[in-house]
Design a protein around this ligand. Structure first.
Ligand code: ZN
Length: 525
């Protein structure tokens, strides 16, 4: 095994998806299998990092980076993950590790998949790993989309979906027909603490009389309506945002849209009208994304150093003498930082933008021949892994067989009076535990032979094969959604659109051009 090098030092990184799992078997199983894996491969496990995936992504990544850093500082060569999806849920981490692997600084192991990624691994193996990462990303994306959907539904039903409603209101449980509290589906009710409502009401009354936000703040504190505990954070801006909050007028904003709420109001219409007359703020309506402005609204940003503003959609209608009209779908930098001295010649049409964005399709489009070659290479690598797994499975089967024999022997010893009953019971218990462990591992090895990763790879390759023909059938909005999947950071540089292809599409496009991977695909684990 060329990947072993002369350094067997390893660390394990285990991750479980929530703190609730911390006490259950998840860590145990991962730890146990990692131990076995190391023994089997002659690796020396120096330390295990157990990372509980918390809600906060940044904490999680901090711990993860600390583990990798510790490994690098301590001359560790092998990083052992339990599963592909335990490595990195985001592609940035993925890429950093890949660089280290390519430099032969570290070797990555995936216990469950029986996969090793090292300097001499074929490109298709690296690609496979990206497919996994993308799959995980896709998963968390669908998950958050689902959460978003149910919140939006709630908003449409007229209930503010956030956990904490504005001051004066509290979340309120609903009851079912039998009068039992529903676990889900909280609505918004009036705060039973009267003082909270009085504070808001008083703020509105004072505003209706024409006081400034700062004057209101002072008065509220003087009148003892503001709890001492919050007086330090009770700024004029707090008053202002409350006075302007449509929530107290029966409406609320959610994800850029305004909804009509069903919550009860406690400020009279007279006061509300008087307050509204004191506010002269221009009303900003968010433009919904439509087929016409699909490329506007900041989806593309300006490439000029010191600018970086959104590229906005700004159609111009030209009227001809004969009464005919023509719309020019222009886009240009919104120039919010005044980085451009003049906007002359900065208009670029939708057609010109689309034309350039379509080059991304050419970059990822692959021929059937290429796909065949690539899947062959991946299948070959897969077969080799499976072969190794089968050898391992045979070992487990043999070990299970031994436990059976051992149990028979113990029984014979006990029957002939060679060992005492208590000794026999203890020993049998131990042997059975051992058998259970081996059986479990056998099952897992069997699972790893079936391959979900290949399915993802095939889906992505199919997407690349059909990208061009599908493009023609898509609406501009759907095209933009599709581009979101394959490229990042589109910027407008003068008349030129630049973008980066996301991994693994970038690798795919590079592989398409290069012959190198074809010669390397023969090498393996
Ligand atoms: Zn600009």
């Amino acid at each position: 095994m060329e990947w072993l090098g002369n350094n067997p030092k390893s660390i394990g990184i285990h991750r479980v998806s929530s703190s609730r799992q911390k006490d259950n078997t998840s860590h145990g199983v991962q730890g146990h299998e990692t131990d076995e894996y190391c023994k089997f491969n002659g690796l020396c496990l120096e330390r295990v990092f157990e990372i509980v995936e918390s809600a906060k992504d940044s904490d999680l990544r901090k711990k993860y980076h600390a583990a990798i850093k510790w490994a690098l500082d301590n001359d560790i060569r092998h990083i052992i993950f339990y599963m592909f999806d335990r490595e990195a849920r985001n592609l940035t981490d993925n890429e950093e590790n890949e660089k280290l692997v390519r430099r032969d600084r570290i070797v990555l192991h995936y216990v469950r998949e029986r996969k090793v990624l090292h300097k001499w691994s074929p490109d298709s193996d690296f690609l496979m790993r990206d497919f996994h990462a993308i799959q995980n990303k896709q998963y968390s994306r669908t998950l958050s989309a689902k959460v978003g959907d149910s919140m939006r539904r709630k908003a449409e039903e007229g209930w503010y979906p956030a956990n904490i409603p504005p001051l004066g209101y509290v979340p309120q449980a609903t009851h079912n027909e039998e009068g039992k509290e529903r676990r889900r589906g909280k609505v918004v009710g009036l705060d039973p603490i009267l003082k909270n409502r009085q504070t808001v009401l008083r703020e509105y009354e004072l505003r209706a009389r024409g006081l400034s936000f700062e004057e209101i703040r002072k008065k509220i504190i003087d009148e003892g309506l503001c709890p001492t505990r919050t007086s330090l954070t009770y700024h004029a801006s707090v008053v202002e945002s409350r006075i302007k909050n449509p929530f107290y007028r029966g409406r609320f904003r959610w994800e850029g849209k305004e909804y009509q709420g069903k919550h009860e109001l406690f400020i009279s219409k007279n006061i509300l009208d008087a307050v509204d007359r004191t506010l002269y703020k221009r009303h900003y309506a968010l433009k919904p994304v439509t087929n016409d402005n699909a490329l506007g609204g900041g989806w593309i940003t300006c490439a000029l150093p010191g600018c970086g503003c959104s590229i906005g959609y700004d159609p111009k209608v030209k009227k001809y003498r004969n009464g005919a009209e023509q719309v020019f779908h222009y886009h240009h930098c919104t120039n919010g930082r005044r980085a451009h001295k003049s906007m002359k010649g900065m208009n670029i049409t939708s057609e010109k933008l689309w034309e350039q964005l379509e080059t991304a399709l050419d970059a990822i489009s692959v021929t059937a021949d290429f796909v065949k070659e690539l899947t062959d290479a991946m299948n070959e690598a897969q077969r080799k892994t499976q072969k190794a797994t089968i050898v391992e499975m045979d070992n487990f089967k043999a070990a299970i067989e031994i436990t059976h024999k051992r149990e028979d022997e113990l029984y014979a010893d006990y029957k002939t009076g060679l060992v005492t009953e208590s000794f026999y019971i203890r020993q049998v218990e131990q042997v059975r535990q051992e058998r259970l462990r081996f059986t479990d591992q056998l099952k897992r090895a069997q699972l790893s032979i079936s391959n979900a990763g290949m399915e993802t790879a095939k889906t992505i390759l199919e997407l690349c094969t059909s990208a061009k023909s599908l493009w023609e059938k898509r609406t501009p909005l759907e095209r933009r959604e599709f581009l979101n999947e394959i490229l990042s950071n589109p910027v407008l540089d003068g008349p030129t659109v630049r973008y980066e292809l996301k991994k693994p599409f970038r690798i795919l496009s590079e592989m398409k051009e290069s012959e190198k991977w074809r010669t390397r695909k023969g090498s393996n684990l």
